[in-house]
Design a protein around this ligand. Structure first.
Ligand code: HEM
Length: 343
């Protein structure tokens, strides 16, 4: 079943006893990527285990953690932007490395080369046999690292204190890599696409930096990095007049809900002052994105620095995209700015 309206997407996400996240337990079909860490982490759990784990993780991963990481995010963003030119690929030179460095700092991993290798191996493994050796190697190295990392670095010490086992910390780290990297990278890219296309919005943003936060929310609404998610029905029932069976996969589209005209006036317009903006891009209910604050902070840092450095209107050149089963992935783009001020 495919759910698209804001009200019904919200209902599925907030009715976790009927719409379970536990695919292994409730899915009526075969799961080809059963050993992906995400299927053994809190995002694939229901209460009471989900509540317990989320409480433990939230104790280590707080708004204070994000504040403590912010100077490192600012320094990394500045360093990357110093080297960015209109000839550079914005993704390889900025949108990819910034969230990766943030996650490495969050987990206290000092060697970024190792971290890049683990992240690539873990985030690209979805059951294909040829990718398994690299995936297993990465999980083994990550486990060893997280077992031995000094207690002062990143959130790992706090997770240990909360009582998480090393395996639980490894599954959580895998989840943070999978949920936290690609999504933030995509949001940075989508922000550039939106602001290059909407010159007056970019000009207004320069006049009034207070719009940075509502601009980011509007990019999240119009181009959500995670356009959908799924749940599995724990019993048969009805939703929006349609019946579903027990164990049925219910796909919810946040991308569609975010453009529901019943909730958003001018749903396809890019309104950087939109208020309220109850988009569902970070989900809703008990699985609401644990990294929303961190993602918003990174993009705020990035956008603020980019506004100061890249004057005039922005244009996007050499855009390379690829169709994926859930939308369009942007593979490359150059961000070109002009020395003249826009008005
Ligand atoms: C959950 C989106 C960044 C960690 C989610 C969910 C969404 C989402 C939609 C809920 C999925 C569901 O209910 O099935 C995003 C977007 C991001 C982002 C759009 C960036 C723009 C991050 C970051 C981290 C993170 C940076 C961590 C470093 C998590 C975790 C969960 C989650 C741990 C699972 C929470 C739970 O099951 O209780 N995210 N995310 N996310 N996200 Fe994010």
């Amino acid at each position: 079943m495919f759910v698209r309206s804001h009200a019904l997407v919200d209902e599925v996400l907030t009715t976790h006893d009927l719409f379970s996240s536990d695919e292994i337990r409730y899915s009526a079909s075969e799961i080809p990527h059963r050993d992906n860490p995400v299927l053994h982490s809190m995002s694939a759990m229901d209460p009471p285990r989900h509540h317990e784990l989320r409480r433990m993780v939230s104790r280590a991963f707080t708004p204070r953690t994000v504040d403590a990481l912010t100077p490192a995010i600012e320094a990394r963003a500045a360093g990357l932007l110093d080297r960015l030119t209109p000839a550079s690929d914005f993704i390889t030179e900025f949108a990819h490395p910034l969230p990766l460095a943030t996650l490495a700092a969050l987990l206290g991993v000092a060697d970024e080369a190792d971290f890049v290798r683990w992240t690539d191996a873990i985030t690209t493994f979805f059951g294909q046999p040829e990718a398994r050796p690299a995936f297993e190697q990465a999980v083994t190295e990550l486990r060893e690292y997280l077992r031995t990392v000094p207690a002062t670095d990143g959130i790992v010490a706090g997770l240990r204190e909360s009582g998480l086992t090393t395996d639980e910390i490894v599954n959580l780290a895998g989840l943070l890599l999978i949920n936290g990297h690609e999504t933030t990278k995509t949001l940075l890219v989508n922000m550039v696409l939106c602001l290059a296309e909407n010159r007056s919005a970019l000009a207004a943003l320069r006049q009034d930096p207070a719009l940075v936060s509502s601009t980011i929310e509007e990019v999240l609404r119009l181009m959500p990095p995670a356009g959908g998610t799924d749940r599995f029905s724990t019993r048969a029932g009805m939703l929006g007049g349609e019946t579903f069976e027990k164990g049925q996969r219910i796909v919810v589209s946040m991308a569609a809900a975010n453009r529901d005209p019943a909730v958003f006036p001018d749903p396809d317009g890019f309104d950087t002052a939109r208020s309220p903006n109850p988009h569902l891009s970070f989900g809703h209910g008990i699985h609401f994105c644990l990294g929303a604050h961190l993602a918003r902070r990174q993009v705020t840092v990035a956008l603020t620095a980019m506004l100061a450095r890249f004057p005039g209107p922005w244009t996007v050149e050499d855009l390379v995209t690829r169709r994926s089963p859930v939308g369009t992935d942007v593979l490359a783009l150059r961000l070109v700015w002009s020395a003249e001020r826009d008005s």
